[in-house]
Design a protein around this ligand. Sequence first.
Ligand code: HEC
Length: 97
Amino acid sequence: MVLTAGALWPGHAIANQALVQKNACIACHQPATRVVGPSWKEITEKYSDGKITAEQLAANIKGGSSGKWGAMPMPPQLQVSEADLKTIAQWLLDGAK
Ligand code: HEC
C-alpha cells in the first residue's frame, strides 16, 4: 500500500471538496445523504474492496452511469478534466475524507 497524498498533505481533503464543488458533482452527490445520486460514503463503501481501480472509476464518472444504484442515471461528465477525474476517483477509493 502506497502512502496517499492525503496522509502527507492535510489540505488535501479540502482540495477534494473544492474539486467536486467546482465540477458541479455536488448538485447530485452529498457526503453522507443520498440525494439525486448515491452519497460519497455509499460509493466509498461499495468500492472499498479494491476490485476497481481509480482509472476504471474515473471512466465510469466520465461516461456516466445507469442501473447500478437506482432508477436515476448519471449523465456523462465530459466537462471534467482527466486530472480532476483521476483525483476525484482516487479520493473516493481512499474513503472520501
Ligand atoms: C445530474 C446528477 C449527477 C451529477 C451532476 C453527477 N452525478 Fe454521479 N451519479 C448520479 C446518479 C443518479 C448516479 C447513480 C447511477 C447508477 O445508478 O448507475 C451516480 C453515480 C456516480 C458514481 C458511481 C458510479 C459507479 O460506477 O458505481 C460516481 C463515482 C459518481 N456518480 C461520481 C460523480 C462525480 C465525481 C461527479 C462530478 C464530476 C458526478 N458524479 C456528477 C448523478 C449525478
